[in-house]
Design a binder for this molecule. Structure first.
Ligand code: URA
Length: 290
């Protein structure tokens, strides 16, 4: 990296400046688990070669300092340590396949949900039908079993896939916006979504689905980069630009909402049929769907 001065390098100040730059790049003041740094680091823009005082260098400790060195890795399973704070945005793009992405997710400690989760929930199924379902975040059962959509809402999703679409559950891929359960099944926080979604982004690139079906507003807002209401987003096929070309997206209700609002099931079925038609999946015989 080019330096702005030929002065002798103080390695601690160098590291502090590196961390500062990294913070600014990802738009965060501190990372999960990091102690509050000295005001000079947090508030004052640091030159690339900082004043060689001991305080700023000591404040971030070894945790954030370790992260930039593991960021551009291609073998992510080895990258983030259990005490590290390597971020999904740095790790996910370097994951060459789903197995290494799953390993990176399992080791993620980027936000506070790593403290309360039983385990991460990566995905279920395959994309052999071309369909990817995207939900919100694991619930209690998913957190315990490590598999998405296995609780009550999951049973309804399974019915939609098997009875409605006439597919094996394993023929569709099922993933979530967040890979860890928010305590008490609260809504995902904006910061959690921002930190976690590079994993889903990479998952989509690796799965290459023909269509993604967003289950509820959190998935819809991530996939469509929009905060419009469900009524505006449902009922049509969206096209999401991506690194590997356009992804078709259809938005429908979250199965948990359908459990509370059974009258919305018919609208959901319309959305599912729209998605199936769009990618040429045969609709099951009349009456097969409930
Ligand atoms: N709800 C979700 O959004 N995802 C799950 O995995 C389970 C319930």
């Amino acid at each position: 990296m080019a330096r702005v001065s030929e002065e002798p390098i103080d390695p601690r100040a160098e590291l502090a400046a590196l961390v500062h730059g990294w913070r600014r790049e990802v738009g965060r003041r501190r990372f999960h688990g990091e102690r509050r740094p000295a005001a000079a680091i947090e508030l004052v823009p640091q030159p690339r070669v900082a004043a060689p005082t001991a305080k700023p260098a000591a404040a971030p400790t070894a945790r954030p300092v370790a992260a930039p060195t593991v960021a551009p890795i291609a073998a992510p399973a080895a990258a983030p340590t259990t005490s590290g704070t390597a971020l999904p945005a740095s790790i996910a793009p370097g994951c060459a396949d789903l197995a290494s992405l799953r390993a990176a997710v399992a080791q993620c400690r980027a936000c506070a949900l790593c403290e309360t989760r039983t385990q991460t929930v990566f995905m279920d199924g395959t994309c052999s039908s071309g369909v990817l379902f995207v939900g919100e975040a694991p619930g209690e059962q998913e957190d315990l079993q490590g598999v998405p959509f296995v609780g009550r809402a999951g049973q309804l999703l399974t019915d939609i896939i098997t009875k409605g679409m006439g597919l094996e559950r394993s023929a569709v891929a099922i993933a979530n916006v967040l890979k860890c359960r928010p305590p008490g099944n609260r809504d995902p926080a904006p910061e959690e979504k921002e930190l976690c979604t590079p994993f889903l982004e990479r998952q989509i690139e690796l799965l290459q689905p023909k269509i993604a079906i967003a289950l509820g507003k959190h998935a819809a807002h991530f996939l469509l980069r929009s905060d419009a209401g469900m009524s505006q987003l449902r009922g049509r096929v969206h096209r999401r630009p991506g690194a590997r070309g356009e992804l078709k997206v259809v938005v429908t209700y979250h199965p948990a909402f359908l459990l509370r609002t059974p009258s919305a099931k018919k609208d959901c079925w319309q959305d599912i049929q729209l998605a199936m038609r769009e990618i040429g999946l045969a609709l099951p015989p009349r009456g097969a769907a409930s």
